[in-house]
Design a binder for this molecule. Sequence first.
Ligand code: AMP
Length: 273
Amino acid sequence: MGSVKGCRWKILVAVKQVSSLEEDFEIRADGRDVEPDFLVRDLNEWDEYSLEEAVKIKEAGAEVEVVAVSVGPEVADEALRKCLAKGADRAIRVWEDAVAGSDSIAVARIVAAVARREKADLVFAGVQSSDHSFASTGTAIAGFLDWPHAAVVNQLAYVQGATRAEVRRELEGGVLQLMEVDCPAVFTIQLGINAPRYASLRSIKQAAAKPIETLCLGDIGLSSADAGEAGSLSRVRRMYVSAKGRAQMIDGTPAEQAARLAAIIKKFTGAGA
Ligand code: AMP
């Protein structure tokens, strides 16, 4: 476990390398995911905001270290490098073959284990990931750590070392909720909480040269039974594109439309056959 010298407080930011679909794509031969060649990858949008929020606390405090952590294969390094370029001090990626197929619970177990290893003071996650939209990993991290949490946070006041954070949460129908949360805590961060910075060319170059710490399950006190399908509470059975083109407009006078509708109903129910 590393630490930036002089930093006493640590914020762990869970970040995901998400995928979006190219216009034309194919489902994988086993029918459970999209063929990887048809995916475009980037840092999850929500995680841009949670990283920025952590970096802002660091800039206000001077003794705060921001550690980005991602559970994913080597390609997730791209997302972590983006975090390093935008102000994270360190980056950690957890992976081994047994992690493939992890659901949000298994991912949360892994992030929580890293938070314990790093002795983090706060953990930030995005409200949701744009590709899988489980919207559950952050709160599950809090569950594994047995820490309090606040979800859908759109304003956060925390100074380094504080025993409490003040947060504003976004509820349904424009209702807002102000809360005090004892720290250490987990917060899931909503879009719009801040204005994420752009990385400068210089910081992108510097980030490219920084190391990314790669850990396996054994390094964080877990085994293959804790990850992948073995450590998950849900499994994808099938992924498919819904059938299109089944709607039709019925034109004509009301009488003609009624007659046409009756004929369609008879056809589908077998009535009058
Ligand atoms: P989800 O629960 O999948 O909608 O994702 C919500 C948040 O959980 C994301 O914004 C990330 O902060 C975190 N998260 C999800 N998947 C991962 C992952 N593979 N590695 C690290 N953090 C993740």
